[in-house]
Design a protein. Structure first.
Length: 402
């Protein structure tokens, strides 16, 4: 029988406030209660395993609903495709060290012959990875693993497979993507050209113009087929995300279609319209640390200051989440509970898992972090807890210390 645990002398990050000089009580995998240290029953303390936070913050574990880090762990070089099960195991270690307790592994399913169709993004490998992620949920693990399927709408040959995966509830989130040049992320063709792989950068202007025209006019999943895909996701309670929305008209169309998340809206006006229409605008935490979008689009900080940024994801850099939360707090852009909500309760709500995790609430999984600050106010992750177990413990020391 698993012993009760109590984290004492904590500063709890609750949805609406910080609760200092507090404790958190854990029974098995769940949070059983919390309160002020002065109200901690002595008999409860006597029969529990004690963890002393020594005044550090105890905050909800991070929920990362858009991270393609797993792609680079599986395929670190174009000709090196490593064992996927091993990559998932190694990913858990890295993610837990970043404070992520629930991960939505996000992998794009591209059509054969497209610019970004590296091996891991082809249908057989994506389908295999989805099976491994689902199997991992019933095995020994460090954190919660789910799958976010990123479906490029020009991938006509995989349409039936995507519908099947949705119908069988094998994915936890689906995003519908359109990376055609001249719109979305690549409204600016100079940025599109810069993002092409090596051989694409060698095209002459005439060849590049021909490529853009071909890409803009290629067949796409649309009309009744697109609606059937949306209906399949909704019937199986799988949240839908749109990607790189660049007009208010797209937001209105997506809202009517039941889209829940607007990933990386291109402009502030589009992000505001998404928020107004009830979509969760999702932004990248690296964008916060870089001071703007690496694609020259919307600044995440600007969006958050305008109250039209609901969620931060790691996108391609899991290490950014903790730093981004404390950046927003230290710059007085948000309170700490508000900043934490961007990486915990808000993504949980958007992904439909807020009944399980996302806040330090009684009955939810005991997924939380213990975080201190050093002399320079850098956030130090002391420990990561998932399902009531400490899965990461870091001990910081000065170099001269024994």
């Amino acid at each position: 029988m698993q012993k009760n645990k109590i984290v004492i002398n904590a500063c709890l990050v609750l949805p609406d406030k910080l609760l200092s000089n507090a404790y958190l009580h854990i029974e098995g995998q769940k949070i059983a209660g919390y309160g002020l240290m002065s109200n901690l029953p002595q008999e409860l303390r006597q029969n529990a395993e004690i963890c002393d936070a020594a005044g550090a913050y105890v905050m909800p574990g991070f929920i990362d609903i858009h991270s393609d880090m797993i792609e680079n762990l599986i395929q670190p070089r174009s000709t090196a495709l490593l064992d996927m099960d091993m990559a998932l195991d190694e990913a858990e270690k890295l993610l837990a060290q970043c404070g992520i307790t629930t991960i939505f592994h996000s992998v794009a399913m591209y059509r054969e012959g497209s610019w970004d169709a590296k091996a891991i993004r082809t249908a057989p490998h994506v389908e295999h990875l989805i099976g491994l992620v689902n199997a991992k949920r019933s095995r020994r693990r460090l954190i919660h693993n789910r799958f976010h399927l990123r479906y490029e709408l020009d991938n006509l040959e995989c349409y039936d497979l995507v519908r099947q995966l949705l119908a069988e509830k094998k994915v936890g989130l689906v995003s519908l993507m359109d990376h055609r040049p001249g719109q979305g992320q690549y409204r600016d063709l100079k940025i599109y050209r810069r993002h092409l792989p090596g051989e694409g950068k060698e095209l002459t202007d005439k060849e590049f113009t021909a490529l853009v025209k071909r890409e803009q006019n290629k067949p796409m999943v649309a009309g009744a087929k697109l609606q059937l895909l949306l209906d399949t996701a909704k019937q199986n309670n799988i949240p839908i995300a749109s990607h790189d929305d660049d007009t208010e008209e797209k937001i209105l169309t997506n809202a009517k279609a039941g889209v829940a998340i607007s990933e990386f809206p291109i402009s502030l006006e589009v992000a505001k319209k998404a928020k107004e229409c009830g979509l969760h605008p999702l932004l990248g935490a690296p964008n916060i640390l870089l001071g703007g979008s690496h694609s020259g689009n919307l600044s995440a900080e600007v969006a958050i200051k305008a109250d039209c940024g609901d969620i931060l994801c790691s996108d391609y850099y899991p290490q950014a989440l903790l730093r981004a939360v404390f950046y927003l707090y230290d710059k007085n852009i948000l309170t700490l509970p508000e900043a934490c909500a961007l990486v915990s309760s808000n993504p949980a709500a958007a992904a439909g898992i807020s009944g399980e995790t996302g806040t330090l609430a009684v009955g939810k999984f005991a997924d939380f972090l213990v975080v201190a600050r050093d002399a320079d106010n850098v956030p130090l992750l002391l420990s990561t807890w998932a399902n009531g177990c400490c899965v990461v413990k870091n001990t910081y020391r000065n170099e001269e210390e024994a």
